[in-house]
Design a protein around this ligand. Structure first.
Ligand SMILES: [Cu+2]
Ligand SMILES: [Zn+2]
Length: 233
């Protein structure tokens, strides 16, 4: 009887030991997979944009796009200038952007203006050589990562802070080196019932554009103090 009890207890104990060791092995497996994913991401990021994950920085990526008017515009069109600033913490943060644009007409009843990320950072033919919408996943407009929607100017200015954007500064789908285009007209958000609507939102001519580039943290920390967009310029 005692022998039976002894055997039962010791079998039970060793079985629970096996189970907990298995659990440990599984969680070790999960965490080592996560480690590998993180190492691959870091390696990729380090190769492409080493300054984003320099351990001495705050592991936040900053980018800027200095907007200039298209050189192809007629003289009576708005001459839009300004910048779009981006901020994103590495590796899993959502992109946020601050739009500060000037030069729109000051009258009331201004139409909305579409702003998008376009595929190419090529401004050799001004904004016209920036290509179509950046569309890495081959989807219809307005589901492109750089479809920022419509912006409305007040007294000739646009000031807008957008959070949780789909676009990213990091990895294979980074928007660094691509362009931003500010359009003359409103984006129909894919509801125009024609082919162009699902490609570009029928937003009309390109008023202004710029190429997105990595920028220095110090300037941007002035522009994004404590993550708020209190503009110092
Ligand atoms: Cu566009
Ligand atoms: Zn689009």
């Amino acid at each position: 009887m005692f022998l039976f009890l002894y055997l039962t207890i010791s079998l039970g104990l060793s079985a629970s030991g096996v189970v907990s060791r298995e659990r440990e092995a599984n969680s070790n497996g999960d965490s080592s997979l996560k480690d590998i994913q993180k190492k691959v991401n870091d390696l990729w990021q380090n190769l492409l944009y080493p300054q984003f994950i320099n351990e001495e920085t705050d592991r936040t990526g900053y980018a800027t796009c200095e907007v200039k008017p298209s050189s192809k515009l007629d003289a009576d069109k708005p001459q839009v200038t300004g910048h779009v600033l981006f901020k994103q913490s590495y590796p899993n943060g959502k992109l946020e952007a601050l739009f500060e644009l000037d030069g729109f007409p000051t009258g009331s009843n201004q139409s909305g203006r579409a702003i998008h990320i376009h595929e190419l950072g090529d401004l050799s033919d001004s904004c016209d050589s920036a290509g179509g919408h950046y569309n890495p996943f081959n989807v219809n407009h307005p589901r492109h990562p750089g479809d920022f929607g419509n912006f409305y100017s007040k007294e000739g200015r646009i000031r807008k802070h957008k959070l949780n954007l789909l676009a990213t500064l990091f990895g294979p789908y980074s928007i660094i080196g691509r362009s931003i285009v500010i359009h003359e007209q409103e984006d129909d958000m894919g509801k125009g019932n024609n082919k162009a609507s699902l490609e570009n939102g029928n937003a009309g001519r390109r008023l202004a554009c710029c190429v997105i580039g990595i920028c220095n943290k110090n300037l941007k920390s002035l522009l994004f103090p404590l993550g708020l967009c209190l503009v110092v310029l």
